[in-house]
Design a protein around this ligand. Structure first.
Ligand code: FCB
Length: 476
């Protein structure tokens, strides 16, 4: 079903009571209070304050002011009957300089958040790293510096000791692909570096950070919480010339560069070969792969869209006079010849094509690759240009989007996928990275002048789903 073909009949499809349905946010995108209570500077502060990096020069200085509106936002979540809330912890609130001294006010904020969730019967799902590296660590190389992985482990241990088993599920990293390839490859995200070697070095140090953090969390928390990582997956489609090779290359760089070491204990051989012109991967030290491969209880899946790819002409690659390829900033180091074909619509306001079938495909494929690992959709949702009219936001397109994706998730479960929950991105409209405030992904509308919250029709729709356990009909 697509927004061109709406069908809002009640689907009759049911989810069991243990299937966690809720919503997600991330620290820099909602908290604001960027200079308060001892918070240090993160790479997203620096990046968003750099002219030209974000639309309209938007920053997360105030964002949704969630930091100051914690109690009201918790009540909002309770009124929506969310079963789970996925949030991220701002590392520079905890360790303003990325190492050593702990900022008690930062711990206190997240402790109040977790207790507030528990008091309202909402399961806290905490992400340790949703892209906001302390600037002090970036000044030493950020994720290109192996030491950052050890600093991350120290931070994980602090948070494990502080919040321990009050957290339902601990997630180490959110979308390390974005950190490595958008942060250090194409420069679209903080810290804005454009260097293929830096991107691949960061891949490894992020993987190492994940493994070290899981070890620390398990030590601090014991068996009472679940441990996970969230990766982003797109459904890959062939788009013509050399499509098998193109899909294999993008799957390796986008997905298997992380699932390989984290879940199987090795980098895929084809990834090593595809990237040989950039690096010999000598930054992988003896013992690293054993450390990275830690048992996890659930794999977080972020899904938004499909990618259709083919191989471009070899001559398309820019060449130096001696015939070697020009090193350019890219999301796909070593595979810059892969072309992304323009998708067919419908699209969300992000320009991302809407394809619920892709979600089913991704879930089934992950289940086939890793049959013993339960999955959870940790992000899925859509941006649309919503407006409040007479106190109401009629976001029928988002209702339809969620309807079709929940149906797809249900279909995947019927095909045997062990799916444990579904968290909609996002609870509230927020600072969407390089898009600034220009894209609204929330199921709650935020007026950026008054900061007033208005539950959208999609938010009411989700509440009905949680309450009835059946995927409801749509626009009312
Ligand atoms: C994901 C991010 C999340 C949000 C959505 C739209 O890549 O994890 O923070 O920005 O995209």
């Amino acid at each position: 079903m697509t927004i061109q073909d709406p069908d809002f009949r009640e689907s009759g499809l049911e989810f069991g009571p243990d299937f966690l349905i809720g919503s997600a946010t991330a620290a820099y995108q909602v908290e604001g209070a960027a200079h308060e209570d001892g918070r240090g500077v993160s790479i997203w502060d620096t990046f968003s304050h750099t002219p030209g990096r974000t639309i309209n020069g938007d920053t997360g200085e105030i964002a949704d002011d969630h930091y100051h509106r914690l109690e009201a936002d918790l009540d909002l979540m309770a009124s929506m009957e969310l079963q789970a809330y996925r949030f991220s912890i701002s590392w520079p609130r905890i360790q303003p300089n990325g190492s050593g001294k702990v900022n008690a006010a930062g711990i206190d904020f997240y402790s109040r958040l977790v207790d507030g969730l528990l008091a309202r019967g909402i399961a806290p799902i905490a992400t340790l790293y949703h892209w906001d590296l302390p600037q002090a660590l970036q000044d030493k190389g950020g994720w290109t510096n192996r030491d950052t992985a050890y600093r991350f482990a120290e931070y994980a241990s602090i948070m494990g000791d502080a919040l321990g088993d009050r957290v339902h599920t601990w997630t180490t990293l959110n979308e390390p692909w974005c950190t490595a390839f958008l942060g250090y490859g194409s420069g679209e995200h903080a810290p804005g570096v454009t260097n293929p070697l830096a991107a691949l070095t960061s891949v490894h140090h992020l993987n190492l950070a994940h493994g070290l953090a899981i070890t620390e969390l398990r030590r601090a928390v014991g068996p009472k919480a679940k441990f996970s990582v969230t990766l982003n997956f797109s459904a890959l489609r062939g788009g013509g010339h050399g499509e098998e090779e193109a899909m294999r290359r993008i799957d390796a760089l986008s997905h298997r560069a992380f699932t390989g070491p984290m879940l199987l204990g090795a980098y895929p051989q084809d990834l090593l070969e595809d990237t040989a012109s950039v690096t010999d991967w000598a930054f992988v030290q003896p013992g690293d792969l054993d450390q990275i491969k830690q048992p996890i209880d659930v794999l977080g899946v972020n899904y938004y869209t499909t990618s259709t790819v083919r191989m471009g002409a070899a001559s398309a690659a820019k060449r130096n006079e001696d015939g070697t390829e020009v090193v350019i900033g890219s999301r796909y180091p070593g595979s810059t010849r892969v072309e992304f074909v323009t998708e067919s619509g419908p699209f969300t306001d992000m320009g991302w094509n809407i394809s619920p079938d892709g979600l089913e495909e991704v879930l089934v494929s992950l289940h086939q690759q890793f049959p013993d690992i339960p999955l959870m959709i940790t992000e899925n949702g859509a941006a649309f240009a919503d407006v409040v009219v007479d106190g109401r936001v009629r976001d029928g397109k988002r209702v339809d989007y969620l309807h079709s994706h929940f149906v797809a998730a249900h279909r995947a479960m019927q095909r045997g996928v062990d799916l444990r929950g579904y968290l909609v991105w996002s609870l509230m409209d927020n600072f969407e990275g390089a898009f600034g405030y220009s894209k609204r992904c929330g199921i709650v509308h935020v007026d950026y002048l008054s900061l007033e919250r208005t539950i959208k029709d999609s938010g009411h729709w989700l509440t009905e789903l949680i309450r009835t356990r059946r995927i409801p009909g749509g626009v009312r």
